[in-house]
Design a protein around this ligand. Structure first.
Ligand code: PGA
Length: 249
Protein backbone atom coordinates (compact mmCIF):
# COMPACT_ATOMS: atom_id res chain seq x y z
CA UNK A 1 0.00 0.00 0.00
CA UNK A 2 1.37 3.39 -0.95
CA UNK A 3 1.12 5.77 1.98
CA UNK A 4 0.55 9.49 2.00
CA UNK A 5 3.45 11.91 1.64
CA UNK A 6 3.50 15.67 2.05
CA UNK A 7 6.71 17.37 0.96
CA UNK A 8 7.49 21.05 1.37
CA UNK A 9 9.40 22.83 -1.37
CA UNK A 10 10.90 25.90 0.20
CA UNK A 11 12.25 27.11 -3.17
CA UNK A 12 14.81 29.95 -2.75
CA UNK A 13 13.52 31.16 0.60
CA UNK A 14 14.79 31.28 4.16
CA UNK A 15 17.90 32.13 6.12
CA UNK A 16 19.64 30.53 9.08
CA UNK A 17 17.47 32.30 11.64
CA UNK A 18 14.09 31.83 9.96
CA UNK A 19 14.86 28.19 9.08
CA UNK A 20 15.77 27.43 12.65
CA UNK A 21 12.47 28.72 13.90
CA UNK A 22 10.43 27.04 11.12
CA UNK A 23 12.12 23.64 11.55
CA UNK A 24 11.88 23.73 15.33
CA UNK A 25 8.20 24.63 15.16
CA UNK A 26 7.49 21.77 12.76
CA UNK A 27 8.83 19.04 15.05
CA UNK A 28 6.11 19.16 17.75
CA UNK A 29 3.41 20.00 15.20
CA UNK A 30 4.16 16.99 13.00
CA UNK A 31 5.02 14.51 15.73
CA UNK A 32 1.44 13.46 16.52
CA UNK A 33 0.67 12.82 12.83
CA UNK A 34 0.81 9.13 12.02
CA UNK A 35 0.31 7.43 8.68
CA UNK A 36 1.65 10.36 6.65
CA UNK A 37 5.31 10.91 5.81
CA UNK A 38 6.37 14.55 5.95
CA UNK A 39 9.44 16.09 4.37
CA UNK A 40 10.98 19.47 3.59
CA UNK A 41 13.15 20.19 0.53
CA UNK A 42 15.46 23.07 1.35
CA UNK A 43 18.15 25.12 -0.45
CA UNK A 44 21.57 23.41 -0.52
CA UNK A 45 23.33 25.70 1.97
CA UNK A 46 20.79 24.78 4.64
CA UNK A 47 20.96 20.98 4.28
CA UNK A 48 23.42 20.75 7.15
CA UNK A 49 21.25 22.92 9.39
CA UNK A 50 18.17 20.92 8.43
CA UNK A 51 19.94 17.64 9.18
CA UNK A 52 21.10 18.94 12.57
CA UNK A 53 17.61 20.04 13.57
CA UNK A 54 15.51 17.24 12.07
CA UNK A 55 17.66 14.17 12.69
CA UNK A 56 15.63 11.72 14.78
CA UNK A 57 12.43 13.80 14.45
CA UNK A 58 10.68 11.52 11.95
CA UNK A 59 10.54 14.39 9.43
CA UNK A 60 12.58 13.69 6.29
CA UNK A 61 14.44 16.28 4.23
CA UNK A 62 15.75 16.70 0.75
CA UNK A 63 17.13 18.96 -1.96
CA UNK A 64 15.36 20.76 -4.79
CA UNK A 65 17.61 19.81 -7.69
CA UNK A 66 20.96 18.16 -8.47
CA UNK A 67 23.51 18.23 -11.24
CA UNK A 68 23.24 15.31 -13.66
CA UNK A 69 26.98 14.53 -13.32
CA UNK A 70 28.74 12.68 -10.50
CA UNK A 71 31.78 14.92 -10.02
CA UNK A 72 34.36 16.87 -11.94
CA UNK A 73 34.76 20.19 -13.71
CA UNK A 74 31.19 21.43 -13.39
CA UNK A 75 31.59 24.75 -11.62
CA UNK A 76 28.60 25.50 -9.45
CA UNK A 77 27.24 21.97 -9.77
CA UNK A 78 26.06 19.95 -6.76
CA UNK A 79 25.89 16.18 -7.19
CA UNK A 80 23.38 13.72 -5.80
CA UNK A 81 26.20 12.09 -3.86
CA UNK A 82 26.93 15.42 -2.18
CA UNK A 83 23.37 15.95 -1.01
CA UNK A 84 23.28 12.32 0.16
CA UNK A 85 26.14 13.24 2.53
CA UNK A 86 23.65 15.43 4.40
CA UNK A 87 21.16 12.69 5.13
CA UNK A 88 18.70 13.69 2.41
CA UNK A 89 16.04 11.22 1.52
CA UNK A 90 14.42 13.10 -1.39
CA UNK A 91 15.49 15.22 -4.33
CA UNK A 92 13.00 17.14 -6.45
CA UNK A 93 13.80 16.81 -10.16
CA UNK A 94 12.15 18.48 -13.13
CA UNK A 95 10.31 21.16 -11.18
CA UNK A 96 8.64 23.48 -13.69
CA UNK A 97 10.70 26.42 -12.43
CA UNK A 98 13.88 24.49 -13.27
CA UNK A 99 12.46 23.60 -16.67
CA UNK A 100 11.24 27.11 -17.48
CA UNK A 101 13.85 29.35 -15.82
CA UNK A 102 17.01 27.24 -15.86
CA UNK A 103 16.60 25.39 -19.14
CA UNK A 104 16.25 21.84 -17.76
CA UNK A 105 15.27 19.77 -20.79
CA UNK A 106 13.42 16.44 -20.62
CA UNK A 107 16.79 14.78 -21.27
CA UNK A 108 18.52 16.67 -18.44
CA UNK A 109 15.65 15.77 -16.10
CA UNK A 110 16.03 12.10 -17.07
CA UNK A 111 19.77 12.23 -16.30
CA UNK A 112 19.18 13.98 -12.97
CA UNK A 113 16.54 11.41 -12.05
CA UNK A 114 19.02 8.60 -12.76
CA UNK A 115 21.75 10.38 -10.76
CA UNK A 116 19.44 10.64 -7.74
CA UNK A 117 18.60 6.93 -7.91
CA UNK A 118 22.27 6.05 -8.27
CA UNK A 119 23.01 7.95 -5.05
CA UNK A 120 20.41 5.84 -3.25
CA UNK A 121 17.94 8.72 -2.84
CA UNK A 122 14.30 9.06 -3.87
CA UNK A 123 13.58 11.41 -6.77
CA UNK A 124 10.37 13.44 -6.66
CA UNK A 125 9.77 13.76 -10.40
CA UNK A 126 7.64 16.79 -11.28
CA UNK A 127 5.53 16.91 -14.42
CA UNK A 128 2.85 19.31 -15.55
CA UNK A 129 1.52 21.41 -18.39
CA UNK A 130 1.33 25.18 -18.88
CA UNK A 131 -1.95 27.02 -19.22
CA UNK A 132 -1.41 27.38 -22.98
CA UNK A 133 -0.85 23.63 -23.28
CA UNK A 134 -3.98 22.87 -21.25
CA UNK A 135 -6.05 25.26 -23.37
CA UNK A 136 -4.64 23.70 -26.53
CA UNK A 137 -5.85 20.30 -25.27
CA UNK A 138 -2.38 18.78 -25.10
CA UNK A 139 -1.95 18.54 -21.31
CA UNK A 140 -1.82 14.74 -21.33
CA UNK A 141 0.63 14.63 -24.23
CA UNK A 142 2.96 17.02 -22.42
CA UNK A 143 2.87 14.99 -19.21
CA UNK A 144 3.37 11.77 -21.19
CA UNK A 145 6.42 13.23 -22.94
CA UNK A 146 7.93 14.32 -19.62
CA UNK A 147 7.34 10.87 -18.09
CA UNK A 148 8.56 8.95 -21.11
CA UNK A 149 11.90 10.79 -21.15
CA UNK A 150 12.53 9.41 -17.66
CA UNK A 151 11.26 5.87 -18.21
CA UNK A 152 13.18 5.60 -21.46
CA UNK A 153 16.36 6.25 -19.50
CA UNK A 154 15.74 4.57 -16.13
CA UNK A 155 13.10 2.03 -17.14
CA UNK A 156 9.72 1.65 -15.53
CA UNK A 157 11.58 0.04 -12.62
CA UNK A 158 13.20 3.43 -12.01
CA UNK A 159 9.77 4.95 -11.41
CA UNK A 160 9.18 2.12 -8.97
CA UNK A 161 11.78 3.74 -6.69
CA UNK A 162 10.45 7.26 -7.11
CA UNK A 163 7.70 9.65 -6.17
CA UNK A 164 5.92 11.67 -8.86
CA UNK A 165 4.27 15.06 -8.50
CA UNK A 166 1.74 16.44 -10.93
CA UNK A 167 2.05 20.21 -10.82
CA UNK A 168 0.08 22.12 -13.43
CA UNK A 169 2.27 25.15 -14.12
CA UNK A 170 -0.77 27.44 -14.10
CA UNK A 171 -1.51 26.45 -10.51
CA UNK A 172 1.96 27.02 -9.05
CA UNK A 173 2.21 30.08 -6.85
CA UNK A 174 -0.87 31.58 -8.53
CA UNK A 175 -3.50 30.80 -5.92
CA UNK A 176 -5.36 28.91 -8.69
CA UNK A 177 -5.61 25.26 -7.66
CA UNK A 178 -6.71 22.54 -10.03
CA UNK A 179 -10.10 21.29 -8.82
CA UNK A 180 -9.96 17.90 -7.12
CA UNK A 181 -11.62 16.42 -10.21
CA UNK A 182 -9.15 18.05 -12.62
CA UNK A 183 -6.22 16.86 -10.52
CA UNK A 184 -7.67 13.37 -10.10
CA UNK A 185 -8.21 13.07 -13.86
CA UNK A 186 -4.54 13.74 -14.60
CA UNK A 187 -3.39 11.52 -11.74
CA UNK A 188 -5.50 8.67 -13.07
CA UNK A 189 -4.03 9.27 -16.52
CA UNK A 190 -0.48 9.16 -15.14
CA UNK A 191 -1.11 6.01 -13.12
CA UNK A 192 -2.81 4.41 -16.10
CA UNK A 193 0.16 5.17 -18.31
CA UNK A 194 2.51 3.54 -15.80
CA UNK A 195 0.12 0.58 -15.47
CA UNK A 196 0.37 -0.06 -19.22
CA UNK A 197 4.00 -0.96 -18.55
CA UNK A 198 3.92 -2.30 -15.01
CA UNK A 199 0.83 -2.72 -12.88
CA UNK A 200 2.79 -3.24 -9.68
CA UNK A 201 4.81 -0.06 -10.12
CA UNK A 202 1.61 1.85 -10.94
CA UNK A 203 -0.13 0.63 -7.79
CA UNK A 204 2.81 1.50 -5.55
CA UNK A 205 3.71 4.88 -7.07
CA UNK A 206 3.12 7.79 -4.68
CA UNK A 207 1.58 10.49 -6.84
CA UNK A 208 1.53 13.96 -5.28
CA UNK A 209 -0.42 17.00 -6.39
CA UNK A 210 1.24 20.41 -6.30
CA UNK A 211 0.07 23.91 -7.10
CA UNK A 212 -1.41 26.33 -4.53
CA UNK A 213 -2.23 23.60 -2.01
CA UNK A 214 -3.33 25.18 1.28
CA UNK A 215 -4.86 23.88 4.48
CA UNK A 216 -8.23 25.01 3.11
CA UNK A 217 -8.16 22.85 -0.04
CA UNK A 218 -5.83 19.99 0.96
CA UNK A 219 -8.41 17.63 2.39
CA UNK A 220 -10.58 17.57 -0.73
CA UNK A 221 -7.57 17.06 -2.99
CA UNK A 222 -6.07 14.30 -0.84
CA UNK A 223 -9.42 12.49 -0.67
CA UNK A 224 -9.20 11.68 -4.38
CA UNK A 225 -8.27 8.04 -5.04
CA UNK A 226 -5.11 8.72 -7.05
CA UNK A 227 -3.78 11.68 -5.05
CA UNK A 228 -1.32 10.42 -2.46
CA UNK A 229 -0.35 13.73 -0.90
CA UNK A 230 1.14 17.03 -1.97
CA UNK A 231 4.20 19.01 -2.96
CA UNK A 232 3.76 22.29 -1.15
CA UNK A 233 5.49 25.55 -2.05
CA UNK A 234 4.38 28.79 -0.39
CA UNK A 235 2.34 27.13 2.34
CA UNK A 236 5.34 25.06 3.46
CA UNK A 237 7.03 28.23 4.75
CA UNK A 238 4.44 28.66 7.50
CA UNK A 239 4.70 25.97 10.18
CA UNK A 240 1.01 25.92 11.19
CA UNK A 241 -0.20 25.90 7.59
CA UNK A 242 2.17 23.12 6.55
CA UNK A 243 1.23 21.08 9.61
CA UNK A 244 -2.45 21.51 8.81
CA UNK A 245 -1.81 20.20 5.28
CA UNK A 246 0.06 17.21 6.72
CA UNK A 247 -2.86 16.54 9.07
CA UNK A 248 -5.27 16.71 6.12
CA UNK A 249 -3.29 13.92 4.45
P1 PGA B 1 2.92 26.49 -4.55
O1 PGA B 1 4.17 25.75 -5.23
O2 PGA B 1 2.38 25.56 -3.50
O3 PGA B 1 3.51 27.76 -3.97
O4 PGA B 1 1.93 26.76 -5.64
C1 PGA B 1 4.18 24.37 -5.44
C2 PGA B 1 5.48 23.96 -6.08
O5 PGA B 1 6.01 24.72 -6.92
O6 PGA B 1 6.04 22.89 -5.79
Amino acid sequence: MRGKLVAGNWKMNGNLASNQSLLKSLIPLLKPISGTRCAVCVPYPYLNQTEQVLRGSGIAWGAQDVCEYDHGAYTGGVSAGMVADFGCRYVIVGHSERRALFGDTDKAVALKFAAVLKAGLTPILCVGETLAEREAGVAEQVVARQMDAVTLHSGIAGLGQAVMAYEPVWAIGTGKTATPDEAQAMHAYIRGRVAEQDMRVADGLPLLYGGSVKAANAEQLFAMPDIDGGLIGGASLVAEEFAAICRAA
